[in-house]
Design a protein around this ligand. Structure first.
Ligand code: FES
Length: 60
């Protein structure tokens, strides 16, 4: 499923970038361009990052 239509970036790709060390929207944008177009996906990107942070902190 695409999270960023402008750059054709999928949710799985965003998770892969996070796994590789992306912690912010800027990190993800730098790696794949997501969020650098219309900006519609920024809220979804933030949601993915927040979910991952919540998961990682609850597992610690
Ligand atoms: S949908 Fe991501 S920048 Fe437009």
């Amino acid at each position: 499923m695409f999270v960023c239509i402008c750059r054709a970036v999928t949710v799985d790709e965003v998770h892969e970038h996070c796994d590789a060390g992306a912690y912010t929207i800027d990190d993800i944008s730098d790696r794949c361009g997501a969020g650098e177009g219309c900006g519609t996906c920024l809220e979804k990107l933030d949601s993915i990052l927040s979910e991952r942070l919540a998961t990682s902190t609850s597992a610690a």
